[in-house]
Design a protein around this ligand. Structure first.
Ligand code: BDR
Ligand code: CA
Length: 318
């Protein structure tokens, strides 16, 4: 069993990542912290609580709101991709009796700020915690700045982010999470913990198609939520990417912790562009075997898409 902290900017695929993590017996989610990215960290925190409430189970992890703004840049959000509430519009869905299908969460936030919750969790479980970051790396960078000695005791960091041989999704060369806070990303890379990037190169190899979830919403509350939360997100991809489905960037990053054999990766030397006008947030690395004189990260280069999708659907749509 792996102890994990999930650090996310809860939009649609982060919510799916939370569900996958919570329903994976290989993982124990010790804390969830939210960061600003898809939306502001406070709305991401509310979305996280709402997602946890859908699980309808006791013993949920503490949730804390983290950083409201990137280290140096001003915040860029993606509400047009993830819906106005950044959760595919589920907060505006109504039941036949006029009540909200997903009411305001009754669960409360942890009083600590997200960075302190990360640090406290690492100190409870030194050398045991896998930190999974599915948003910009601002909270992780702030935790390193606030207490580098404590952060040395993180076992490893898995990052959804980057575009190496693939095009970017926010600029031609940059992936969203790294573009929002490239300075935080470079700081985290430089810190030197075991670090794996799960970039668009692999996450765009997997599509959850509308047909994969169609007709399964009646299976239960979680399956209903997955169908509801992905509706607008799938419409966005249908309009912009020409397929009737959506990407599962963040759940794939959780799946790497569940079963590392799902992805192939190479060791390399990653740098994040923090200065360029047209290349800001680009991740730069030579992925050819033996070409990097130094190594500071692993980069995922391949995925068993069918096996991942089976795992995902079995765990969140059952
Ligand atoms: C990443 O950006 C966000 O919109 C998604 O949640 C994912 O973490 C993909 O580039
Ligand atoms: Ca995300």
């Amino acid at each position: 069993m792996k102890r994990i902290i999930l650090d996310c900017d809860t939009g649609v695929d982060d919510a799916l990542a939370i569900l996958l993590a919570m329903r994976s017996p290989e993982l124990r989610v010790e804390a969830i912290t939210t960061v600003s990215g898809n939306t502001r960290a406070d709305q991401a925190a509310r979305n996280t609580l709402l997602t946890l409430e859908v699980l309808g189970q006791p013993n949920l992890p503490p949730v804390a709101r983290g950083e409201m703004a990137p280290l140096e840049r001003s915040l860029l959000t993606t509400l047009e991709v993830h819906g106005g509430d950044c959760l595919g519009g589920v907060t505006r869905m109504w039941q036949p009796d006029g009540s909200r299908r997903y009411p305001e969460p009754r669960l409360g936030l942890d009083p600590r700020d997200g960075v302190d919750l990360i640090l406290d969790t690492v100190s409870r479980f030194p050398d045991e915690v896998t930190l999974i970051a599915t948003g910009p790396l601002t909270n992780v960078a702030r935790a390193i700045i606030r207490n580098p000695a404590r952060m040395r005791r993180v076992k490893e960091i898995l990052v959804m982010g980057g575009a190496f041989r693939a095009y970017g999704n926010i600029t031609p060369v940059a992936e969203f999470n790294l573009y929002v806070d490239p300075h935080a990303a470079q700081l985290v890379v430089d810190f030197g913990l075991p670090l794996t990037f799960v970039p668009l190169d692999v996450t765009e190899q997997v599509c959850l198609m509308r047909g994969d979830i169609a007709g399964k919403a009646e299976r239960g509350r979680i399956a209903r939520f997955v169908a509801d939360v992905t509706g607008e997100y799938i419409e966005f991809h249908t309009r912009h990417d020409d397929f009737e489905g959506c990407y599962l960037h963040d759940p794939i990053t959780v799946a790497l912790a569940v079963d590392p054999s799902l992805l192939q990766s190479v060791e390399t030397y990653v740098q994040v562009e923090t200065a360029g006008d047209v290349t800001l947030g680009q991740t730069v690395a030579d992925l050819r075997p033996g070409r990097s004189p130094r190594v500071n990260a692993r980069v995922c280069t391949g995925i068993d898409a069918a096996r991942f999708l089976d795992l995902f659907l079995e765990r969140v749509m059952a």
